[in-house]
Design a protein around this ligand. Structure first.
Ligand code: PXP
Length: 262
C-alpha cells in the first residue's frame, strides 16, 4: 500500500452496531438477549458510539429498542434508516446524534450496496433538510465513487460512510489483486470526500483481518462494525472482541503515523 499523505487529526472512533443482538433475541421472540445491555457493555469496552438499523420489516431492531437506546445510552446513537417518510418521522421524534441513510431492499440479507444519491439527488436533498434542522448529523452510506460523493456533498450531508463490503468480500475469497484495488479506491475516495469538506466514515463486513488497512486511512474518522463483533462475542465475549478490534485500529494508526496518533 502507498503511504498516506496526511496525518489524522483526531482519534479514530469505533461505532458498534448491535443489530444482530436483536437478531438472536428475535429468533425466540422474547426479550433476551437485550440490545441495550449489549450497547451498554460495548460502551464500557471502548465503543465511541452505538449504531442500530431500524429496518422497514423490523427484522432485528424494533421501535422499542430505539426508545430504549435513546434513553439508556451515554454515547451517541447513529440511527441507520431508509429514506422513507415513516423513518423520517421516527428520526424527527427521537432526534438522534446521527442519522445514516442506507438503501434497503426487503429481500436482501444485509445492506448490499450504497445509496444511489446521484440518482435521487433532489428527493434526498429535501428529505434530509428537516433532519439537519433538527440537529441530526446526516450521513449517507455510499459506494466509493466520485459521483456519489459529489452528490452527497451537494445535497448537504455532513458525513459519508464508505461501503467496505466489496473490499471485505474479495479479501475473504483471497482475490488479493482485486482486494488491493478496492483498498486503493477506498483510500482515494476517502481523501476526495475529505477534500470536499465531508467527514468520512467506513464500514460493512470488517473483521480483525480487514480492519487495519481501512483504519490507516488518515481521512477516516469512524468505523462502524457489527456482525463480526457479535459473532466473535460467541467465542471470546463481547468485551474482549471490542477491545481487540479497538487495539487493532489503534495499532494501524500508530504503525502508519507514529506514536501519539491513535
Ligand atoms: N455501516 C452501515 C451503514 C451498515 O448498514 C452496516 C450493516 O448494518 C454496518 C456499517 C456494519 O456492517 P457489519 O455488520 O457487516 O459490520
Amino acid at each position: 500500500m502507498n503511504t498516506p499523505h496526511s496525518k489524522p487529526t483526531g482519534k479514530l472512533r469505533l461505532g458498534v452496531n448491535i443489530d444482530h443482538v436483536a437478531t438472536v433475541r428475535n429468533a425466540r421472540g422474547g426479550a433476551y438477549p437485550d440490545p441495550l445491555r449489549a450497547a451498554m457493555l460495548a460502551e464500557s469496552s471502548g465503543a465511541d458510539g452505538i449504531t442500530a438499523h431500524l429496518r422497514e420489516d423490523r427484522r432485528h431492531i424494533t421501535d422499542t429498542d430505539i426508545d430504549a437506546l435513546m434513553s439508556g445510552l451515554s454515547v451517541p446513537l447513529n440511527f441507520e434508516m431508509a429514506a422513507t417518510d415513516e423513518m423520517q418521522k421516527i428520526a424527527l421524534r427521537h432526534k438522534p446524534h446521527a442519522v445514516c441513510l442506507v438503501p434497503e431492499k426487503r429481500e436482501e440479507r444485509t445492506t448490499e450496496g450504497g445509496l444511489d444519491v446521484a440518482r435521487e439527488e433532489n428527493r434526498l436533498a429535501h428529505f434530509i433538510a428537516p433532519l439537519r434542522d433538527a440537529g441530526c448529523r446526516v450521513s449517507i452510506f455510499i459506494a466509493a465513487e466520485k459521483r456519489q460523493i459529489e452528490a452527497a456533498a451537494r445535497i448537504g450531508a455532513v458525513v459519508i460512510e464508505l461501503h467496505t463490503g466489496a473490499y471485505c468480500d474479495v479479501h475473504a475469497e483471497r482475490r488479493f489483486e482485486e482486494r488491493d484495488a478496492e483498498l486503493e479506491r477506498l483510500r482515494d475516495m476517502s481523501a476526495f470526500a475529505a477534500s470536499l469538506g465531508l467527514e468520512v466514515h467506513a464500514g460493512h463486513g470488517l473483521t480483525y483481518d480487514t480492519v487495519k488497512p481501512v483504519a490507516a486511512f488518515p481521512e477516516v474518522v469512524e468505523l462502524n462494525i457489527g456482525h463480526f463483533l457479535i459473532g466473535e462475542a460467541i467465542f471470546s465475549g463481547l468485551d474482549s472482541a471490542i477491545r481487540r478490534m479497538r487495539a487493532l485500529m489503534d495499532d494501524a494508526r500508530r504503525e502508519t503515523f507514529g506514536e501519539g496518533v491513535a
